[in-house]
Design a binder for this molecule. Structure first.
Ligand code: ZN
Length: 266
């Protein structure tokens, strides 16, 4: 079986050598190491330098930094410069993660700052012709409208605008996202005991847009819950989604690996 983890995070304490070895042993042929802060971006770059054949990366500024960067005029040009210079040494395959996360206590000011940072990075990705890795929580309609406005029209027409990572939305959202050329990153949440609704939705998603991901070190799938998540664990998620689609694990692994290669041009 071959597999591809399209969304894993690493920090300075991650035992990456051991994790990469276990991922290879579990059948993984690659991973996308995803940034979001300067620390995670640096760790992704370092990992790709160490494992250039195995690791591609995504660089970006996630919504937690929105207020901090609200007034910055240099953050986006610096990110662009970093992507261009790092891209000469390793495979930068996406911008992300970026997106919106609205919780009960998220203020109007913070929502506006998140939208601003998200829009600017959608435009940056369009400028660089890179797909995006999008986080969406409690903000479905704003995510869709900003993607429609600022997302790359060229990549939309090629059906490879990016991925809704850690997909937990409904079919109505999925239909609109599909039409804009977005993929669906399915994380360990789909294996959780209380995730019947998500499983029902995922079983109806078009197979040519499915990806599997860990979002490591978070969201370890059943039966690894409670442990720090790592890329190799995506095989449990893959087995679950293969079952939902009535496919063999081998065929599903091959399908989603090809989907990942197509979206990220790897
Ligand atoms: Zn993430």
């Amino acid at each position: 079986m071959i597999l591809f983890d399209t969304h894993a995070h690493f920090n300075v304490d991650t035992p990456t050598k051991e994790q990469m070895a276990r991922a290879v042993e579990a059948g993984f042929v690659g991973i996308l190491a995803v940034g979001g802060s300067s620390e995670m971006n640096s760790c992704a770059i370092a990992l790709a330098k160490e494992f250039p054949e195995f690791v591609a990366i995504s660089l970006g500024l996630d919504r937690d930094l929105a207020l901090e960067y609200a007034a910055s005029t240099t953050a986006i040009p610096e990110l662009k410069e970093q992507i261009l210079s790092v891209g000469k040494q390793v495979r930068v395959a996406a911008v992300g993660e970026i997106g919106l996360d609205y919780r009960e206590d998220t203020t109007a000011e913070e929502k506006a700052a998140q939208c601003d940072l998200f829009s600017k990075q959608l435009s940056l990705a369009a400028d660089l012709k890179l797909p995006v890795s999008i986080h969406c929580r409690g903000a479905a309609s704003d995510v869709l409208s900003l993607v429609a406005e600022y997302g790359s029209k060229e990549l939309m027409s090629e059906n490879r605008l990016g991925v809704i990572h850690c997909f937990t939305e409904d079919l109505d959202f999925a239909t609109k996202a599909y039409d804009m050329g977005l993929y669906f990153g399915i994380s360990g949440i789909v294996t959780f005991r209380n995730a019947d609704l998500l499983r029902a939705t995922v079983s109806k998603l078009p197979m040519e847009r499915l990806l599997v991901e860990t979002d490591s070190p978070y969201l370890a799938p059943v039966p690894m819950r409670g442990k720090p998540c790592e890329p190799a664990f995506a095989r449990y998620t893959a087995a679950c989604v293969a079952g939902l689609h009535g496919m063999s694990e081998d065929a599903f692994g091959e399908l989603t690996t090809n989907n990942a290669r197509k979206l990220f041009a790897l």
